[in-house]
Design a protein around this ligand. Structure first.
Ligand code: 5RP
Length: 219
């Protein structure tokens, strides 16, 4: 099983959802890397891209795709990104690449979220992948204590500072029975910037790359 091949298939299939003259929201990670390569083949027909991370910005520029300032937009037609896990309700865990805050902002402002994944990301229940949260550094001890209270095991992601100057805690062993209420609960802790549960605003279309090709899942 070559997961990179599956990621690539899903990424190229996302081109079918790109319309001429639009601005494309761009996620972060190895699957999105393939999407940026694919997008570069039609770069002359789109208006440009807004990026969810410094890493994706570098790749977009390298591929000759015009990067526009996120600040200038309040809505986008489409956002293309991947996930660390996705369930049957198209709710996701994201943030493996530490870009969850901008990813969540762009997801919220986009009419359509196209999630591109290899088949290993599809799960019945979210939570085997440790749930990332971006937090303000001084809140580390307080938030760790609160996470333990709700049954999780918090671990500081070492040597990582986010694009926003914050830190990441990865939460292990969390029982996520109700992703929306867990998203709300963790979001409400003072010091949390963003929780990597994308439950309230999940994906609209999921493109799953596997051996046979690309499966399309819709709401
Ligand atoms: C980055 C993310 C990514 O979408 C997620 O980590 C999946 O990455 P990859 O495509 O490398 O498997 O949420 O913050």
């Amino acid at each position: 099983m070559n997961l990179n091949e599956y990621k690539k298939k899903a990424a190229w299939a996302a081109l079918n959802y790109i319309h001429p003259g639009t601005v494309i929201g761009i996620g972060t990670g190895s699957t999105v890397f393939y999407f940026i390569e694919a997008l570069s083949t039609i770069k002359n027909i789109i208006s440009g891209a807004v990026s969810s991370s410094n890493a994706s910005t570098v790749l977009l520029i390298k591929n000759g795709i015009k990067v526009l300032n996120l600040k200038k937009f309040d809505q986008l037609e489409v956002y293309v990104d991947s996930a660390d896990e996705i369930n049957n309700n198209m709710q996701m865990i994201k943030g493996g690449g530490a870009a969850l805050t901008k990813e969540k902002i762009i997801a919220a402002m986009s009419k359509k979220f196209i999630c591109i994944i290899d088949k290993s990301k599809k799960v019945e229940f979210l939570g085997s992948f440790p749930l990332p949260i971006e937090i303000i550094p001084i809140a580390f001890s307080y938030i760790s204590k609160e996470i333990i209270k709700i049954g999780g095991t918090p671990k500081l992601r070492k040597n990582v500072v986010t694009d926003n100057g914050n830190i990441i805690i990865d939460i292990y062993n969390l029982n996520i029975k109700n992703p929306i209420s867990m998203e709300k609960k963790i979001n409400s802790l003072p010091g949390v910037v963003t929780v990597g549960l994308f439950a309230e605003r999940g994906a609209d279309i999921v493109l799953v790359g596997d051996k046979k090709g690309v499966k399309i899942l819709k709401k």
